[in-house]
Design a protein around this ligand. Structure first.
Ligand SMILES: [Zn+2]
Length: 248
């Protein structure tokens, strides 16, 4: 596992480096299907509850998700595999804001690798301790919505919730069109039941499994849709409806 991650990081390193090399020296890299964006890290703990830190939960679930997806045969990249801030890696974006450099680095990877999707893992917080359950946030495009919808319903089954995904208009990470991107708020650190679930190995496994199942369902649908011939005046949404009518 750590060896795999090392190899993948070497590939990410190459991919990033090649962006700054003359074209002739560019090294080809294998296509990445899933980029897992592990929220926060290093000096940025994200949200917290006493000594429970969001950045640690994100990393633990990300590693489980990575293993499950690799085992299922997908090519996957984690953008951090330890407790580090991504802003430290970002030497070329000369912003004085560490937070901005961190987010720019995450988005830059999506541009460099052009994966089939980016999944950003986070944990939620509310002043209302009763608020609980997962929330998936999507971009203003059909593929991101489809991915978010499948993810939300898969996670709803684990949490026994009935939430719908939400469109995120103001999130910097979502404001790009390099690949369909979603933010997965995996539960509330401020709710005691969610917190117990998010910090136990068994809960983390279930969350990772629900995300992995949703990812493969999404890729299956997208893959099958590519087999359907497009008529010029048919929108992506029409095509999706047609696909669902034929399959279900
Ligand atoms: Zn977060």
């Amino acid at each position: 596992m750590s060896k795999n991650i090392f190899v993948l990081f070497a590939i990410v390193g190459l991919a990033v480096m090649t962006a700054f090399l003359p074209v002739a020296e560019a090294v080809p890299h294998p296509p990445v299907q899933i980029l897992i964006d592990v929220g926060h890290g290093g000096v940025d703990s994200g949200t917290s509850y006493h000594d429970v830190k969001e950045k640690e939960i994100n990393l633990q679930v990300a590693k489980l998700l990575y293993s499950q997806l690799v085992e299922a045969g997908y090519s996957v990249i984690l953008n951090r595999d330890r407790d580090q801030a991504l802003s430290d890696d970002n030497k070329w974006l000369n912003s004085p804001s560490r937070h901005k450099r961190d987010l720019a680095q995450r988005r830059h990877l999506a541009k460099e690798l052009s994966p089939q999707m980016m999944i950003s893992l986070h944990v939620n917080w509310s002043s209302d301790e009763r608020r609980r359950g997962p929330n998936v946030i999507y971009q203003s495009n059909n593929q991101s919505f489809l991915l978010a919808d499948i993810l939300q319903h898969s996670l709803n089954q684990v949490y026994r919730t009935k939430d719908e995904p939400a469109r995120g208009k103001t999130y910097y990470l979502l404001r790009h069109d390099y690949c369909p991107t979603v933010i997965v708020e995996m539960g509330f650190i401020s709710n005691s039941a969610d917190r117990a679930f998010l910090t136990r190995q068994e809960g983390q496994q279930k969350i990772a499994q629900a995300i992995a199942d949703a990812v493969s369902e999404y890729l299956l649908i997208i893959g099958e849709m590519q087999q359907i011939t497009y008529s010029d005046n048919e929108t992506w949404l029409h095509k999706l409806r047609r696909f669902l009518r034929e399959k279900l």
